[in-house]
Design a protein around this ligand. Structure first.
Ligand code: ADP
Ligand code: MG
Length: 632
């Protein structure tokens, strides 16, 4: 079974995320970046490039470089006349009136182009995870119609991904912030990407998201901010040299890249320099570009662009029949919302309310998609319920029986202490074998860890008190410690990941346990009987030893024979035989018991009611000895 990922298939950039041990995580692509440009290029040599390599050669190979394919997904040619004029590649009429891309004489549907992007995301994710990826949750803008959603789903299928669900981008973003757990809240998502601007107003209650209104501008995004810098720098260069860099394709390509880089820098610093050596040349020789740009100047250059987002913001509120004050949460989505000028504007529009931060605005949608994938797959329910143990935790005791210490579904954090003892006389070490699972026998469960507690002073079996503590912290990390109470000697082991098993594993283990329940209980009965038999043998032997000559010879012989019989029965797996042998021996030793009391009564005057040699298994001790370790 392959993994499920969440994919933000963006107009400008795509992002893939996965739920990793319950935590959503963005997967870096083969180039090491979290963002994969949604660009596909066909080179002159027939090579197909996807992502950053395709973006890099866009300007020198414009007619064969497809970007913004999302604008054509599920659209008829008649619906995209405006878009068609902007892009440098050819958009033509497909067989059924749908818009298709034509490159080097071949037609590609937008689904096919998108599938090429998805294929790269899938391949990079598989390489990163070392696992197959065959299912995905893919996001789309809230305003996407049925045809656009179907096209997106088909793109996934072409790429070899089963699209479990198509989720609205603003919904995914809200999920990433855990807003699904809120009740009756109104959320505004302000999404400014590379080429599009979307405002969505959502109503959330009991985990259900309802889109109340959407608005925006399909031709407003980070690219426009870049263009302002390109124009500013090119104008300055032209004033100095008389050369218009915008007329030189390669120079323009370099300038665009430098402009975007400068813009990104100005989100965190207040000053930057755009420096492009050897940008062009004239009769006098090579020309270098060096232009300083301050954030203040940049903000002035792009003030109009910022203001253009205000209209759609207000319209969305009006459509939802809401006032500014009715918005409970504002979420910033899209790389362009990293710009301080946008953050200030949103704060102003939200009546001074701070928008949500903390999740990368250009990753938040993919993260939400991964979370949605986890909810569908059931994996996340375990995370939400991370506060319980999914399976029983215990330790192996005498006869390979599991002593269940922490039952499944126990709330964590949790702590249990139990006292165990030794199984053999003079035993100086015990092995703590920590197990997970529902089965009765140790060998049928999963070993989580094992350690030895050594240095126990030699003593008859059953005498040492070994305190074993199971401690599970808030994060599900299990610590098992064993301590010999007499000496204080202690050993412990820390086990991580005992609580976040994949759901399938858990279900499988629980089902198996049910299937084997009968067989297990029989095996447990056998083991129990053997343990009791062994205890009885030990006890009887020590009585005989203690009483010595006081036991009449015929009784002693009878007991010895019955002991041998029980020992033999104890070796078999025949419960009936063991029980019969035990019953017989018990009848005979009752007479031995009478003898002991008679002697105790006779010695009462001497004050010798008990001694060090008395059998250790008293009723009192049975209360603390809940199980015994198997002998080493
Ligand atoms: P889309 O949703 O359109 O695929 P993204 O959300 O990835 O796009 O946004 C891409 C845009 O965000 C680009 O224009 C990019 O330059 C811009 N961007 C990314 N990081 C920053 C930043 N730190 N400051 C300003 N703009 C940024
Ligand atoms: Mg986006």
């Amino acid at each position: 079974m392959g993994r499920t990922v969440g994919i933000d298939l963006g107009t400008t950039n795509s992002v893939v995320a996965v739920l990793d041990g319950g935590e959503p995580r963005v997967i870096p692509n083969a180039e090491g970046s979290h963002l994969t440009p949604s660009v596909v290029a066909f080179t002159k040599t027939g090579e197909r490039l996807v992502g950053a390599p395709a973006k890099r050669q866009a300007i020198i190979n414009p007619e064969n470089t497809v970007y913004s394919i999302k604008r054509f997904m599920g659209r008829r040619l008649g619906e995209v006349e405006a878009e068609r004029k902007i892009v440098p590649y050819k958009i033509v009429d497909g067989k059924n009136g749908m818009a298709v891309v034509e490159i080097q004489g071949r037609q590609y549907t937008p689904e096919e182009i998108s599938a090429m992007i998805l294929q790269k995301l899938k391949a990079d994710a598989e390489a990163y995870l070392g696992d197959t990826v065959d299912k995905a949750v893919v996001t789309v803008p809230a305003y996407f119609n049925d045809a656009q959603r179907t096209a997106t789903k088909n793109a996934g299928q072409i790429a070899g991904l089963e699209v479990l669900r198509i989720v609205n981008e603003p919904t995914a973003a809200s999920l990433a912030y855990g807003l699904d757990k809120k009740e009756n809240e109104t959320i505004l998502v302000y999404d400014l990407g590379g080429g599009t601007f979307d405002v969505s107003i959502l109503e959330v209650g009991e985990g259900l998201f309802e889109v109340r209104a959407t608005n925006g501008d399909t031709h407003l995004g980070g690219d426009d901010w870049d263009q302002q810098i390109v124009d500013y720098v090119a104008d300055a260069f032209q004033r100095q040299t008389g050369i218009d860099l915008r007329k030189d394709r390669q120079a323009l390509q370099r300038l665009r890249e430098a402009a975007e880089k400068a813009k990104v820098e100005l989100s965190s610093s207040v000053q930057t320099t755009i420096s492009l050596p050897f940008i062009t040349a004239d009769q006098e020789g090579p020309k270098h570009l060096d232009e300083a740009l301050s954030r203040a100047r940049f903000e002035e250059l792009t003030r109009d662009l910022v203001e253009r987002t205000v209209g759609p913001f207000r319209s969305a509120l009006a459509d939802a029949r809401l006032a500014e004050g009715d918005i409970d949460e504002i979420i910033l989505v899209g790389g362009s919302t990293r710009m301080p000028m946008i953050q200030e504007l949103v704060k102003r529009l939200g009546g001074g309310k701070e928008p949500h931060r903390g999740v990368n605005p250009d990753e938040v949608v993919a993260i939400g998609a991964a979370i949605q994938g986890g909810i569908i797959g059931g994996e996340l329910k375990e995370v939400v319920l991370l506060d319980v143990t999914p399976l029983t935790l215990g330790i192996e005791t005498l006869g390979g029986i599991v002593d269940k210490v922490v039952p499944r579904n126990t709330h964590i954090p949790h702590r249990t202490e139990r006292i165990y003892t030794t199984a053999a006389d003079g035993q100086t070490q015990v092995e703590v074998h920590v197990l997970q699972g529902e089965r009765e026998m140790a060998r049928d469960n999963k070993t989580l860890g094992q350690f030895m507690l050594t240095g126990i002073p030699p003593a008859p079996r059953g005498i040492p008190h070994i305190k074993v503590t199971f401690d599970i912290d808030r994060n599900g990390i299990l610590n098992v410690a064993a301590q010999d109470e007499a000496t204080g000697r202690q050993q412990s082991i820390t086990i991580t990941g005992s609580t976040n098993l994949p759901k399938e594993d858990i279900d499988k283990m629980v089902q198996e346990a049910q299937r084997y329940a009968q067989e297990d209980s029989r095996r447990r009965e056998i083991a129990d009987a053997k343990n009791r038999a062994e205890q009885m043998i030990y006890q009887t032997e020590s009585y005989l030893r203690d009483l010595g000559d006081k036991v009449p010879v015929d009784l002693k012989n009878q007991i010895t024979a019955q002991l041998a019989n029980l020992r033999e029965a104890q070796q078999s797996d025949d419960i009936e035989r063991i029980r019969t042998a035990m019953d017989t021996l018990q009848q005979t030793t009752l007479r031995l018991g009478e003898l002991v009391y008679q002697q105790a009564g006779a010695a009462a005057g001497g004050g010798q009611t008990s001694g060090a040699g008395q059998p250790p298994q008293g009723a009192e001790q049975e209360e603390v000895i809940e199980a015994e370790y198997k002998a080493e």
